[in-house]
Design a protein around this ligand. Sequence first.
Ligand code: ZN
Ligand code: ZN
Ligand code: FE
Length: 785
Amino acid sequence: MNNSHKPYPFNHHRTQLFILVRGVVQGVGFRPFVYNLAKGLGLAGQVANTGRGVEIQVQGTGEILSSFLDQLRNSPPAASRIDSIQIRWDQEAVPVSTFTIIASENGHATTLIPPDLATCDDCLTEILDPADRRFDYPFTNCTNCGPRLTIIRKIPYDRSRTSMVYFQMCPQCKREYEDPGDRRFHAQPNACPVCGPRVSWHDRYGRLLTDNNSAVLNSCATALARGYIVAIKGLGGFHLAVDGSSEQAITRLRQRKKRPDKPLAIMAKDLNSLKSKKICRLKPDEEDLLQSRERPIVLLAKRGPDLNEPLAPGMAMLGVMLPYTPLHHLLFARNECPALLVMTSGNKSGAPICTENEEALSELAGIADFFLLHNREIVTRVDDSVARVGAGRTRLIRRARGYAPLPVTFNGTDRAMLGCGAELKNTFCMTRPGEAFVSQHMGDLKGPDNMVFFEESICYYKKTLDISPEVVVRDLHPDYLSSRFADATALPCNRVQHHQAHAGAVMAEHRLDECLAVVYDGAGLGSDGTIWGGEIFHIRQGRCLRMVHLYPFSLPGGDHATREIWRIALSLLHEAGLAGGQRSWLPPELAALDTGKKKTILTMIEKKVNSPPCSSMGRLFDGISALLGIRQQVTFEAQAAMELESLALQATFSPGDHSCPEAVTGSIATDGATITMDHRPLLRRIAADRQKGIKTADLALFFHHWLIRTTTAAIDRICLSGWEKKQDAPPIVLAGGCFQNRILLESLVNELENRGFRVYSGEKIPVNDGGIALGQVLLAGYALK
Ligand code: ZN
Ligand code: ZN
Ligand code: FE
């Protein structure tokens, strides 16, 4: 075996190389690339997809073989990712005269499942060209683009193991498929209007109206232009689409979907039309992300309070994506089609997105006016990914289409493990030596049918990746459905605390063994039985020490307080000694609170009745939002916190007026070995400032600044007692859902980097609960080492 670079020890003797290429090398045009490369250099041999990767045998002499290897390393197909190249050689091999591609073998499936890729420029040109045989054909693809994970049943990846098996290639498609010089050489989902899948157009009752490809697309564009809601079967599931510039249509969609405020993502015809609509600000790295082959929904800063308000009410950001299948491109190519379409997941509130025609017709009845269906089965459900650019890096918020199920390089245990994740925004994670596979976004496991999706997906990953977990890992919380699932397996079960798992996810992604982890998150069960979510841990070799936490406050009514956040506001007032009497500075909604109701809540807090203590930063954000009068109830997770951030971005704050040393000084208290971040001085300061009539937006930003300063002060204090020199302190990890907040992430990264710390946060793996499963396997793995 030889993994090193030059020089190669080949000479003028005829040598045979055995090369194993591992990584994302199947379904991305790798074999044709190797074939053409070898042919071009006049080398003989063969190439095959096996369960281990791509295996190549080539015969030739010194320089030519070196040139072959150089090009293999340096110019592989754009969609591929080479993780390793292993080479053996033999100078006694039986000479062969040609280069051939060998059909796949049924091996152990230790290779990767490629993710779905957005339509490439070559395919796009074809479908828009009236002279091309694929003109207007919505299932056009090639080795560089098209469906993968969503159609693959088993690997090695071959047509017979995908949902394309039911479509027999016509002679012309077959010729392309077999011609090594063709862009569709061994493109497994290859199809054309003659032989491939078809779309069909149905009314709200599911009655077929037409199944002529072009007529379907025309009808769909017309319906959208008229403001109808259309359920469109896509790549990894259904979308519900409406005209993104029609407030009426959007309102109707929100009513029918019972989704009053939650932001809706839009798809824009292309980058130019997005720019000309002037609905959001675009930076160059955001443009790149929008146009990347993964095509995530990208969160962009909204521009002006205008037509985009109904899309994401109260939010500073708007989710935007560009077309990623031929169907999308062909719809937008119709003159009538609106240039902005709302494209939201086609599900009933909380349920997984529909993938089957019959299922969609019944689940989305009463929501959709028309259905655009097709007859290519979706094997694996995959949502749109959501990403943004923060502190100079691409950061995934929901990791699914285009990214999953590619593994992250994993330094943890070699044992096969299954991390079951948390409950909201669930993902699970499976490991094999050197690789951790984080599943695509599963959603809220409590939603109807989501557990079925979770269990089916675990089976799919086990089967396709050929992993049999020896150990399962779950959250400390015994009632999460993922925890119950873990307990019900017959495997040894490890537990990892929720917020430590958040830190573990960032550590796994950046391969850190030790860190100071700032975890600001929603509620999760702590090791002491109380609710955590605002802590700083010192983590080393899997051992976690809780160094800092938020000063605890109670959550009157438990889970009720998560929705009725005015309860948290009362609890914070109570802690700060501000709950009694008439408070003129309170927002009207809080001031007008029924005195009886208020009394009951305060009694609950005092008597500790159904009022568990918590140190959750997410809940502090909620409480502050309620105190500032931003809102008193939430309809989806993190709504109030996102609005607080959005409002802070409108502040006209000059730090001189509000710099607040006393709040910071009083905000850090040391109690034995632990440090608390005390919000009571902050509350008193907010009360005083509101009395002075300081603007809510300024106070919203002030709160962010308070948090940033208090955090850096806490880290300084830890370092003071823990390490002689700051350079000796471990890197800082920022994890938990609160770090989706841009102000918090960017300012804290800046502050800490300026102080000489190395700072890491989630990039490919979300900082929210979507990363928990990865953190679980990393931290539990130490115990097994
Ligand atoms: Zn293509
Ligand atoms: Zn065909
Ligand atoms: Fe969490």
